[in-house]
Design a protein around this ligand. Structure first.
Ligand code: ZN
Length: 227
């Protein structure tokens, strides 16, 4: 709170963690929950159980869900795709936005989004170049940027930060991962969102306060239950 981060979404990566983030969200008014199933997880998602959890008034998103074709311990691609589909359908059914994890699967993620008309959401930890940014923006998706944008090698990503329409830009920490360059080796935390926010404001030529206003409006527009 002292860092000015007034609301956050804790996302679940399986049923157990989804239950825990809902508990947190009930305990702390600043915390909201996402329920999801991580693509690298071995067991298959229990859609019925996730549906029940997602009806909780503190659950504002279906996430984290997605496709990971890079992690070699992940289930095979076809299995991940078979599992991803009903999770996206659940989001449409419950009119909740999705938070999508994509590693090495941009074509397949794009196709999955297109297969679910009415799906809304955010590309979590966005790390791709502008041509891909445009393709996800065309699907109505938001781009969520993390500490990665502060890393010296990420010039192409900083270009995306500059070009992203103001009404589609989100920030996240992905804590305890996703460290900003100056925090390497330290577990990330929600307060460190400021590292990313400071650079994003600078890149876009606006003040931190203006960026905070944009972020608040965007987060509330997408995660509608987060009021
Ligand atoms: Zn992720």
């Amino acid at each position: 709170m002292s860092a000015g981060v007034t609301r956050m979404i804790a996302v679940g990566v399986d049923l157990e963690h989804s239950r825990r983030v809902i508990e947190l969200a009930h305990r702390f008014p600043q915390v909201f929950a996402g329920v999801g199933h991580y693509p690298t997880d071995t067991p298959k998602p229990d859609i019925a159980a996730l549906r029940e959890l997602a009806k909780d008034d503190r659950v504002v998103a279906i996430g984290e869900v997605g496709l990971d074709f890079v992690d070699t311990n992940s289930p095979p691609r076809e299995v991940q795709q078979e599992r991803f589909d009903p999770l996206l359908a659940l989001a449409v059914e419950l009119d909740l936005p999705v938070s999508i994890h994509n590693r090495g699967a941009a074509d397949e993620v794009e196709a999955a989004i297109k297969a679910h008309p009415g799906l809304r959401g955010s590309m979590h930890y966005f790390a791709l170049e502008w041509d891909w940014a445009q393709r996800f923006l065309e699907q109505g998706f938001y781009l969520s940027f993390a500490g990665l944008v502060t890393r010296p090698s990420r010039n192409a990503l900083r270009e995306v930060v500059k070009q992203c329409p103001a009404d589609r830009l989100l920030l996240e920490t992905d804590s305890p991962y996703g460290q900003a360059h100056i925090r390497m080796g330290v577990p990330n935390r929600p307060a460190y969102l400021l590292d990313t926010a400071t650079l994003v404001a600078e890149l876009r030529g606006i003040s931190l306060e203006e960026l905070a206003d944009i972020e608040r409006a965007n987060a509330l527009a997408l995660f509608r239950k987060m009021t």
